[in-house]
Design a binder for this molecule. Structure first.
Ligand code: GMT
Length: 379
């Protein structure tokens, strides 16, 4: 198939999923065209069967707010026409699905019919999708898509409850390359960060308020205050990084925390991590937690959104009520106290990632879904 993929190219789960999907489809022989305003950060060097098309945004003086949605539409039309695309796959509803719906109409005028699949990822539904300044356009763009997927049952339900959606939604979860994200022997690296044999807690995110990075610091503080020899790695960057640093100084734990900023490859960091913390206020799936699990790291998560579909309570990690810092810290201490529990949860986390979420299981589901949408479009 010839597939056009649009995503946000910057640091974030939807961009990662879209890029890794495109790369995996290319390996399976599909012709993939990424269409975005910059090179998706996980794309790296271009591989066989992948082409990148940059969307240029006009800086005409009249445009105080350049109409990116229209630039993207024009690019989708151009690429679909000249590359003879079979299908457009839009990741994140706003504005990608909207641009695609308009592009499909423009293409239809010249007899070129290109179905659209829209994948809903998160805040496109749970936050800004419900903002009245976007809602009518979001509802329309989703309903007009030929196929709609969501990354968890939770997101599907939330979309059906909070938006005016008539389209059927197929749930296809996030996936992981378990050959890349795997347990590794990195003793020298661990030794450098934890010279006295400390255990390592980690959090990876884009430090948006929804990730509750300051809470991660508070959890760590409770664990340290209880006398556990531990260090914390904070990976990523974003609006709440300064607040997390401030909290670390205020609580007197800053010397035991390494703020690493945006890091690739994150799997090397996860490979030396003992416990992963994700106390998010909202999380439709939790790709960062899946990356940790695939590296054999037990996850302590908030019991919200799609996280319970990923983390199995007491088996691959712990789920605790949102904001309950004492409960999160108690789980971490339970793991630190009990090496056997740590080992069994690590093995179970890895097993669940391999058995349920390996890309070899999920990519064929996207392919089958594309086939269905193309067949329906012909009828
Ligand atoms: O919704 C967001 O905040 C952004 C989005 C992204 O682009 O990073 O993240 C969402 O999509 C990921 C991939 O499907 C999911 O694993 C994340 O759970 C989800 N984030 C949230 O729901 C906060």
């Amino acid at each position: 198939m010839k597939i056009g993929i649009t995503c946000y190219p910057v640091y974030g789960g939807s961009g990662v999923v879209a890029t890794e999907l495109g790369k995996a489809l290319a390996v399976r022989g599909h012709d993939i065209h990424f269409i975005a305003y910059s090179l998706p950060f996980r794309l790296g060097h271009i591989q066989d069967n992948i082409t990148f098309h940059e969307v240029n945004v006009n800086a005409y003086p009249l445009f105080e707010y350049p109409p990116y949605t229209l630039n993207l539409t024009s690019k989708l039309v151009d690429v679909a026409r000249h590359e003879e695309l079979d299908l457009l796959h839009m990741h994140y509803a706003i504005p990608h699905a909207t641009s695609a719906v308009l592009a499909r109409q423009i293409l239809a005028v010249s007899g070129h019919h290109v179905p659209i699949v829209t994948t809903l990822h998160g805040t496109d539904i749970t936050l800004i999708g419900q903002d009245p300044s976007f809602a009518p356009v979001v509802n329309y763009s989703i309903n007009q898509s030929d196929g709609v997927t969501a990354v968890s049952e939770y997101l599907k339900k939330e979309t059906c409850t909070c938006c005016e959606i008539t389209a059927d939604i197929e749930v296809i979860p996030n996936f992981i390359d378990t050959t890349r994200f795997r347990p590794l022997e990195k003793d020298h690296f661990k030794q450098a960060l934890c010279p006295n044999g400390e255990k390592l807690l980690a959090h990876v995110s884009n430090f948006r308020p929804v990730k509750r990075a300051t809470e991660v610091v508070e959890i760590f503080h409770r664990v340290r205050a209880a006398g556990y020899a531990t260090k914390l790695l904070l990976v990523g960057d974003g609006p709440d990084r300064a607040a997390a640093e401030h909290k670390a100084r205020e609580l007197g734990v800053v010397d035991d925390i390494r703020f690493l900023g945006k890091q690739e490859p994150v799997e090397e960091i996860l490979a030396i991590t003992d416990i992963f913390l994700i106390p998010s206020g909202s999380e439709t799936f939790g790709l960062a937690a899946l990356e940790a699990m695939s590296c054999g790291v037990p996850v302590i998560a908030s019991n919200i959104g799609g996280l319970p579909e990923l983390v199995v309570e007491g088996e691959t990690g712990f789920l605790r009520p949102l904001g309950d810092i004492d409960a999160y810290a108690a789980c971490a201490m339970q793991l630190l106290d009990n090496p056997e529990l740590q080992a069994s949860m690590s093995a179970a986390a890895r097993k669940r990632a391999v058995d349920e979420f390996d890309l070899s299981r999920i990519i064929p589901r996207y392919e089958a879904y594309y086939e269905r949408i193309l067949e329906q479009a012909v009828v």
